[in-house]
Design a protein. Structure first.
Length: 610
């Protein structure tokens, strides 16, 4: 917290105190080192002398230097010398002359001893100084106690490289093969490098793995689509779209409700949600009686015709014939309710686009594609101008594909990747929610990409968003400028418990009252603060790999742009006016035939009424 007292006198006093306190502490440290240096030198010299002399020689040297000092000072004092015939006392100058011969041969050795001892003292002080600096740095740093760690990307790469044989990487960090089925999340604002990271991941999967790719912008089709490999595009507005029909993937009882849930979607705040639920039941039942009633063509065109033009009476008749639930919702005697249900079905955006799947002969099944053993990829292609129409189809297709993948026998290797970039552009996918928790046992790896928490919360809700993140155990978190998202992502990356260091100083009028304090306390901090996540450079991310691996900041290489196919090939759509005229003519012919009284024409009329 900043100091509020900032007047000129306050600043001067504060600056003076801190400077002189620092100088005082510096001199105190130097003084201690000097004392230590002298002490080590004297101790070293004493040990040296003890090693090169005996007790008599030491006595001679002591007396000699004592006499030399007395003489040098001009003092007239006597010294005592231990001679073989006993102790005798001599004047200092005379004693020095007597001992000169015995002490002279030690002078050079003593000089060497002094130099050696001083060298030992200086070297010891230098080492002690370095240790003090190192210890000061150590004490100034926070000490890790427990929790997550942040390391350099090279260190993380060294930990994972031996366990990665498939070549999958995020940044320059190899992903262990055993963790591919733990799912991945790539989170960050547009332009931060999410798609580049997913590109590099899919580049490794391309040669040997099957994939289902949700392509919101055409970038993945442009980079990977190759019909020679058996790749498939699903988009009714693209000329390369496979001949798919909703009936191609109605293989189980559950498939009917799955289709109805995705093609008839709920909206928040609807005035009459019961009509929407009734429309969903009606759509499901129409699919069923087209499948089982003789005379119906199992095509999208036939489905569109039944929904738009078949009479309520005929629909009610077929529903009652096969004891379907919509027989209770469509009561010919309650026209208002029945027409409300019918109108709710007809006005669904997806239903209006069924007409673009106009092939009468369909030969492509998403379920069969996913279950096949080839390495072909399925691209569920959208476009910003088409997305309102494509959205329910894309959701249903992904649902079908995921359920098909989980209907296989369990395996212990990675077989298929689901890459869903821009997850928030789709409705809530129940199969993806289930797949994140259960699909790994079927060899499924799921890659999700999205921008902000708010996008996911709007579709999935906060609780399911947490489930998504928890089950995407490997996460690459790019720049997110939204504060709430960045804060949540900081929590997602984790915290560490540290022994936090802090330093304080106390100043008094007298310098001897100044003091410094070094304190420590346990605290928890984020490995990456929200403000750091908000300011990450492009193509830079925090990488958290599943398991007990540490966190690392990685840089995504600038993957070269590759174009092997056109992102879009617009399909030639039928002329709207011509289509309307043809429909009107068909209706006129139908009415004319229905007026013919013969049994043959009555049969024809019944065919048109279906």
């Amino acid at each position: 917290m900043a100091i509020n007292k900032k007047s000129t006198s306050d600043n001067f006093t504060r600056g003076s105190d801190t400077i002189w306190h620092q100088v005082q502490m510096l001199f105190a440290g130097v003084r201690r080192l000097a004392i230590i240096c002298i002490s080590i030198t004297m101790l070293s010299f004493s040990i040296y002398v003890m090693l090169i002399t005996n007790s008599m020689q030491r006595q001679i040297l002591k007396t000699y230097y004592e006499a030399s000092i007395i003489k040098s000072l001009g003092m007239h004092r006597n010294v005592t010398i231990d001679l073989p015939d006993g102790k005798r006392t001599f004047e200092a100058s005379h004693a020095k002359e007597i001992l000169e011969g015995g002490a002279g041969k030690f002078k050079i050795l003593l000089l060497l001893g002094v130099l050696l001892s001083m060298g030992i003292g200086v070297v010891s002080v230098i080492k002690l100084t370095k240790y003090q600096i190192k210890r000061g740095l150590f004490e100034a740093e926070d000490k890790f106690i427990e929790g997550q760690k942040l390391v350099e990307s090279e260190e993380l790469s060294n930990l994972t490289r031996e366990k990665s044989k498939g070549g999958f990487e995020i940044g320059s960090v190899p992903i262990p093969d055993a963790l591919l089925q733990r799912n991945f999340a790539f989170i960050g604002n547009p332009g931060t490098g999410k798609s580049r990271a997913i590109f590099r991941f899919l580049d490794s999967a391309r040669p040997n793995m099957k994939a289902v790719v949700y392509d919101r912008t055409g970038d993945y089709v442009e980079r990977y689509y190759n019909p020679a490999r058996g790749d498939i595009i699903l988009n009714p507005f693209d000329a390369r779209c496979a001949n798919w029909s909703i009936f191609s993937d109605l293989k189980e009882e559950l498939d009917y409700s799955t289709m109805s849930n995705y093609f008839i979607q709920e909206k928040k705040g609807e005035a009459h949600p019961e009509f929407k639920e009734g429309a969903r039941i009606l759509f499901e039942d129409i699919l069923k009686f087209i499948q089982i009633e003789p005379g119906f063509e199992k095509s999208m065109a036939e489905l569109t015709r039944v929904i738009n033009t078949m009479t309520l009476e005929r629909i009610f008749e077929l529903a009652r014939k096969y004891q379907l639930p919509s027989a209770g919702a469509l009561n010919p005697e309650n026209v208002k309710t029945s027409e409300g249900v019918r109108f709710s079905l007809i006005t669904q955006p997806a239903i209006r686009f069924f007409k673009y799947f106009n092939e009468t002969s369909t030969n492509f099944s998403i379920s069969d594609f996913v279950k096949s053993d080839d390495k072909a990829w399925l691209f569920i292609l959208s476009h910003p101008t088409q997305h309102v129409a494509i959205k329910p189809f894309a959701a249903a297709w992904l649902e079908i594909a995921m359920l098909a993948a989980m209907s296989q026998r369990p395996i212990n290797y990675n077989r298929i990747i689901f890459a869903i970039d821009e997850l928030a552009s789709l409705p809530k996918l129940k199969a993806v929610e289930t797949g994140l928790t259960e699909a790994r046992k079927f060899g499924v790896s799921i890659l999700l990409g999205f921008q902000t928490d708010a996008q996911i919360d709007e579709v999935w809700g906060a609780e399911l968003r947490r489930v998504l993140l928890a089950n995407c155990q490997t996460k690459a978190i790019f720049r997110s400028e939204d504060g709430e998202t960045a804060a949540r992502l900081a929590d997602t990356l984790g915290k560490k418990a540290i022994d936090e260091a802090s330093e304080g100083a106390h100043f008094g009028v007298e310098s001897d009252r100044d003091s410094s304090q070094l304190q420590r306390k346990r605290t928890e901090i984020h490995l990456a603060m929200a403000s750091v996540i908000q300011t990450l450079p492009d193509r830079t991310a925090f990488l958290k790999i599943a398991g007990n691996y540490p966190l690392a900041k990685v840089v995504i290489p600038n993957t070269p742009d590759v174009k092997v196919a056109e992102a879009y090939q617009n399909k030639q759509m039928p002329d709207l006016l011509a289509t309307l005229r043809e429909s009107a003519n068909s209706a006129t012919e139908c009415n004319e035939v229905s007026e013919m009284p013969t049994e043959e024409n009555q049969t024809i009329s019944m065919k048109y009424d279906l």
